[in-house]
Design a protein around this ligand. Structure first.
Ligand SMILES: N[C@@H](CCC(=O)N[C@@H](CS)C(=O)NCC(=O)O)C(=O)O
Length: 206
């Protein structure tokens, strides 16, 4: 059976749990406590050279690390990843945009707020917002005219961008500014097999 190493609040890990549920793949879940340094042990380093979640451990003990790589690995040959090389390149492009232009700016503002550090980190949050809004504006412009990020259906491109954008309000991003993003988020949530961040997948066996 596959094993997913994740953490409770991690949007990157949530991406993987949604896809495992959509693909109806049974998995074991090991939830780590990031604040107590559980990703910084030698044992965890042996699973992920980058020392962070999510990590997908295969049945033969090999691991796939980085949420985008895990999504691509799991979606290979399924309806969630285009087989056409051009469309696949567009999926990967959105995943790279998510990591470079959105993920850190949205995630770190959220982490500071969730951990009660917003006052202390107010200048950092302001800088994160400046960069994060640039990415959100680009996304808004695309989804004004497109139902999905790539082609004519939901794919792992949508899923990879979805989680941190849907959580951005927790980092005090003013999401009222982005009505087309709101509609696109609703379309993603309406996909069969979508689960919320604290929901347990029926395919999670341990
Ligand atoms: N680029 C990575 C980012 C992973 C990441 O930032 N993981 C966070 C939780 S969402 C983590 O493990 N943080 C703990 C740490 O870096 O020590 C991915 O997409 O998987």
């Amino acid at each position: 059976m596959l094993t997913l190493y994740d953490s409770r609040y991690s949007g990157n890990s949530w991406k993987i749990r949604i896809l495992l549920n959509q693909l109806k793949i049974p998995f074991e879940r090991r939830t780590l406590d990031l604040e107590s340094g559980e990703t910084k042990t030698d044992a965890f380093y042996a699973l992920n050279r980058f020392s962070r979640v999510p990590v997908l451990e295969l049945e033969d003990g090999r691991t796939v690390v980085e949420s985008a790589a895990i999504l691509l690995y799991l979606s290979e040959g399924t309806e969630y990843l285009h087989s056409d090389p051009y469309l696949r390149s567009q999926v990967i492009g959105w995943m790279m945009f998510e990591q470079g232009d959105l993920q850190r700016f949205l995630a770190m503002a959220r982490v500071y707020h969730i951990r009660g550090l917003a006052d202390k980190m107010s200048q950092q949050i302001e800088r994160l917002h400046t960069d994060g809004y640039l990415g959100l504006e680009k996304l808004e412009r695309w989804v004004e005219n497109h139902d999905w990020l790539v082609g004519d259906r939901y794919t792992v491109a949508d899923l990879s961008v979805f989680t941190y954008v849907s959580l951005a309000h927790q980092g005090k991003y003013e999401m009222d500014r982005f009505p087309s993003i709101a509609s696109w988020l609703d379309r993603v949530k309406a996909q069969p097999g979508w689960i919320d961040i604290f929901d347990q997948s029926p395919y999670q066996l341990v």
